[in-house]
Design a protein around this ligand. Structure first.
Ligand SMILES: Cc1cc2nc3c(=O)[nH]c(=O)nc-3n(C[C@H](O)[C@H](O)[C@H](O)COP(=O)(O)OP(=O)(O)OC[C@H]3O[C@@H](n4cnc5c(N)ncnc54)[C@H](O)[C@@H]3O)c2cc1C
Ligand code: SF4
Length: 502
């Protein structure tokens, strides 16, 4: 029975672990973080109301608002992407929006003369997208779509008058009971925690993997891969403080687009492209007050959005983007903060309560996520600053390109037009920022001349090493990454299982 060691138990690692175990492989899944108790995490969030204090954390990860502590930021811009180190990985904390990439996202250079073509096409990934949608439980694909909220409908009506079409976005969130998990109840805390498991997280596939025979080592930080004669022969790990060496026939690194290159670089991967072509997703966040109550905070944080800018001839000049409608009020206007401002203005008692309701019920938010192009100078390398295990921390070089900045300017105009059509006031457009949710690139797939893995996600350098996750992306398009991560992991598992049975 071939022995496989998989590093990382997020959606990428847990899906492939489960699939390979079912196909007859002997699988060890190594995860740096601890297991999560949903009840404990939900009560942490309700006690502290701080996404950063919801889950147990390790000292060796970026934290919200503290990205410079773990990352060795080299600029010129701050890279603010965060991730979790947990059994189940970052999907515990994700929002759940689950869009497929478009055909042209895979062939950006052929169609628009910019960026890079992937070595695979949408049609090759289609069957695995469908499987991923069933496995994650995507409303709008594997089950009925979610319902647009009242707020979405009001923004949709206003947006239609200026030529924009609002639609419900597919999401890995149950609209009906599905796969033993309940339907969404609209508690609006998806990010950072769904208290009832209506939103998918990868603990679902960790459980399936363990039930299929996978051995799970939690709280186990893999330090480095051991190389002999051009192959990976083992790995070194610290499991609950104790050093361990593990051997296997096949090694799969599914540790996300920061930790995967860090591990490969520290293990001595000779490929000069490792760590390069880091992509985030630059965001434009804009807030306003609607003229009448639109009632945010009564649904998932995002249900609907605008997708008509995901493709078009404009991509020759500037980036594609998706606009999401926030049902979670203002980033700068959580109800306690609004109350504090109103108190400062001298309001008390009934007048305070009335003003607070009036303000909070009218908060609207638009968030655009813009594509970034793969640029070699945006990269992860090893810092001379060390983590708590004495391993180099990731040094990050990052700059948002002009191609993306031009679309951010366009997003500001579109957001402003929609707010104006709604009759909104108190409009504020935040400074652009790298969306802290998305990260990709760093071990991209493609030809050996300028990539780290081939179209089957196998390393060009060490033939028994595979990489799964968004680090293999050759481009990011305008869809959030996770459905594509899942589809690629399922495709990789399918190909490996086929090799074993042939
Ligand atoms: C706030 C937020 C909102 C998001 N919203 C969306 C969304 O709406 N839609 C979407 O598509 N995506 C979204 N994302 C992104 C999504 O969460 C990620 O794309 C996805 O979770 C990545 O899965 P992964 O398995 O590749 O990596 P991860 O989930 O990061 O898992 C990697 C795992 O590897 C482990 N690991 C790392 N290094 C080591 C090591 N050396 N040894 C052992 N284990 C290791 C880590 O502990 C971690 O558990 C969001 C992310 C955030 C933070
Ligand atoms: S709105 Fe509440 S119940 Fe629905 S997915 Fe989000 S957290 Fe879960």
């Amino acid at each position: 029975m071939p022995k496989v060691a998989i590093v990382g138990s997020g959606v990428a690692g847990s899906l492939i672990a489960w699939k390979l175990a079912v196909a007859g492989f002997q699988v060890l899944l190594l995860e740096a973080g601890p297991a999560v108790s949903r009840g404990r995490a939900a009560s942490n969030f309700s006690e502290f109301e701080d996404p950063a204090r919801t889950y147990p954390s390790t000292p060796d990860q970026p934290r919200w608002g503290d990205e410079h502590v773990f990352y060795d930021q080299q600029g010129p811009e701050n890279f603010a992407a965060v991730y979790e180190k947990l059994v189940g990985g970052t999907t515990w904390h994700w929002l759940g929006t689950s869009l497929r990439f478009l055909a042209n996202d895979f062939q950006l250079r052929s169609h628009y003369g910019v960026g890079r073509d992937w070595p695979i096409t949408l049609s090759q990934l289609d069957p695995f997208y469908a499987e991923a949608e069933r496995e994650l439980g995507v409303a709008g694909a594997a089950m009925p779509a979610l319902q647009a909220t009242y707020l979405d409908q009001q923004i949709g009506a206003a947006a239609a008058t200026v030529g924009y079409r609002v639609e419900v976005l597919n999401a890995a969130r149950n609209s009906v009971p599905y796969a033993g998990r309940p339907a969404c109840r609209g508690s609006a805390t998806c990010l950072p925690i769904c208290p009832i498991g209506a939103k998918y997280d990868a603990s679902v596939h960790v459980s399936k993997a363990v039930a299929a025979g996978v051995e799970l080592w939690s709280s186990t930080q893999v330090q480095r891969l051991l190389i002999k004669e051009g192959r990976v022969v083992g790995l070194e790990a610290i499991r609950e403080g104790v050093s361990q060496t593990v051997d296997a026939d096949l090694f799969i690194v599914a540790a996300n687009a920061i930790e995967t290159p860090r591990l490969l670089l520290y293990s001595g991967l000779p490929n000069p492209h490792t760590g390069r072509f880091l992509m985030g997703m630059a965001g434009q966040v804009s807030q306003a007050l609607a003229p009448k109550p639109v009632w945010p905070f009564r649904s998932p944080q995002v249900v609907s959005g605008i997708t008509q800018f995901r493709d078009g001839a404009f991509r020759r000049r500037r980036a594609a983007f998706t606009i999401s409608i926030g049902n979670d009020g203002w980033p700068s206007g959580a109800p306690p903060r609004v109350a504090a401002d109103l108190i400062d203005q001298g309001l008390r008692g009934k007048a305070l309560s009335q003003a607070l309701r009036d303000h909070v019920s009218r908060q609207v938010l638009l968030v655009s996520n813009c594509e970034e192009l793969p640029r070699p100078e945006n990269r992860i390398c090893l810092s001379n600053k060390l983590d708590s295990h004495g391993i180099p921390r990731p040094r990050v070089h990052y700059k948002v390109g002009q191609y993306t900045k031009d679309s951010i300017d366009e997003c500001v105009l579109i957001h402003a037009r929609i707010f104006q059509a709604l009759g909104a006031n108190h409009i504020h457009h935040f400074e652009e920022s790298a969306d802290p949710a998305h990260l990709a690139g760093t071990c991209r797939m493609g030809p050996a001349a300028d990539s780290v893995v081939d179209s089957d996600l196998r390393s060009h350098d060490w033939p028994n090493l595979y990489v799964v996750g968004s680090s293999v992306f050759a481009g990011v398009g305008s869809a959030p990454p996770t459905l594509t991560i899942a589809a690629l992991a399922l495709r990789c598992a399918y190909n490996l299982a086929k090799t074993r049975s042939s």
